[in-house]
Ligand binder design. Structure first.
Ligand code: MLT
Length: 262
C-alpha cells in the first residue's frame, strides 16, 4: 500500500492497479481506514483501492465544519487530487454509509456503484440524538475512551476473537477527541436518506452481519426492498464489523459484485 496526504486534507492509502476499477472505501465511527486493511489485502491487484481516513479520525486532521456534506466534499476533493476522474465504486460501512448517501446526493456523477455495509438510511431518532449529545459531553470530559467503552460490546458477534476486539477497542480509544466530537455531531445532524432510496439507480450491494445489533438485518432488508435491483447478503456469525469479522466471505461477496459491473 502507498500513503499520500499531500494536496488533500485527508490522509489516504492506496493499493492495486491505478488503471483498474476505482473503489473508494469509507470507514465507520470512530474508526479509520485501517478497518479495510484485511479485506483490501485479499482484493485482486486489478482494482484501484482508495482508503481515506475521514477528517478528524486516524491520520486526517480535524477541520470545521463536521457534517456529512463536508465529509462527502472531502472525498470528492480527494478523488480530484489523486486524479481519479472516473466514477468510483463506493464501499461504505455504518457511518461510512451515511457519508456515502451524502456523496451520492452531492456527487452523483462520481458514483459507479454502491456497497452499503452494516449501515442504515434513516436519520437519528430524538432519543439517539440525545444520546449523541450526552456522549459528546463525556468525550469532552474524559476522552475518546468513553465512546470505545460504550460501543465495544455492541460492535462484534458474540464469538469474535478477543484479540480483534481488544485491538479495535484500543484504536477507538486513541482517536482524537476533537474528531470524535465532530463526527458525533455530524451523525446527529445527518439527513434522512430513506426518501432517496427509491431514486438510487446505480448497481447496489447491501451486506449485513446476522448478529449486527447496531444496524440489524431488518434495516438492510428495508433498504433492499427500497433500492430497485439491489442485492442483499446476510453474513453468518458476524456482528456490525463484517469486513473484519468475516473477511473471506466479505471479500468474496464484494468481488462477485464487482465482477457484475465489468
Ligand atoms: C458506526 O459504526 O459507524 C456507528 O455505529 C454508526 C452510528 O453510531 O450510527
Amino acid at each position: 500500500m502507498s500513503d499520500q496526504s499531500q494536496g488533500s486534507p485527508l490522509f489516504v492509502q492506496e493499493s492495486g492497479d491505478e488503471t483498474g476499477v476505482p473503489i473508494l472505501f469509507i470507514h465507520g465511527f470512530p474508526l479509520t481506514g485501517q478497518m479495510w486493511e484485511a479485506a483490501v489485502a485479499q482484493m485482486p491487484e486489478e482494482y484501484r483501492c482508495i482508503i481515506p481516513d475521514l477528517r478528524g479520525l486516524g491520520e486526517s486532521e480535524a477541520a470545521d465544519p463536521h457534517s456529512m456534506a463536508a465529509y462527502a466534499d472531502d472525498l470528492a476533493g480527494l478523488l480530484d487530487d489523486i486524479d481519479e476522474k472516473r466514477p468510483v465504486v463506493v464501499v461504505a460501512l455504518s457511518m461510512g454509509g451515511y457519508v456515502a448517501f451524502e456523496f451520492y446526493r452531492r456527487h452523483r456523477a462520481k458514483v459507479r456503484a454502491l456497497a452499503l455495509i452494516d449501515t442504515r438510511a434513516n436519520s437519528d431518532s430524538a432519543e439517539a440524538r440525545a444520546g449523541r449529545m450526552t456522549m459528546i459531553e463525556k468525550v469532552k470530559a474524559s476522552g475518546s475512551k468513553a465512546v470505545a467503552d460504550a460501543m465495544i460490546e455492541k460492535l462484534f458477534a458474540a464469538n469474535v476473537d478477543p484479540e480483534l476486539k481488544q485491538e479495535w477497542y484500543e484504536i477507538m480509544s486513541s482517536q482524537p477527541p476533537e474528531g470524535v466530537v465532530g463526527t458525533l455531531q455530524a451523525m446527529a445532524d445527518r439527513a434522512d436518506s430513506t426518501p432517496m432510496l427509491a431514486s438510487i439507480d446505480c448497481p447496489t450491494l447491501i451486506v449485513c452481519g446476522d448478529q449486527d445489533v447496531i444496524t440489524p438485518p431488518d434495516v438492510h432488508q428495508e433498504m433492499h426492498a427500497a433500492i430497485a435491483g439491489s442485492r442483499l447478503e446476510i453474513v453468518a456469525e458476524s456482528g456490525h464489523m463484517t469486513p473484519l469479522e468475516q473477511t473471506d466471505e466479505f471479500t468474496n461477496i464484494l468481488c462477485e459484485f464487482l465482477e457484475t459491473l465489468e
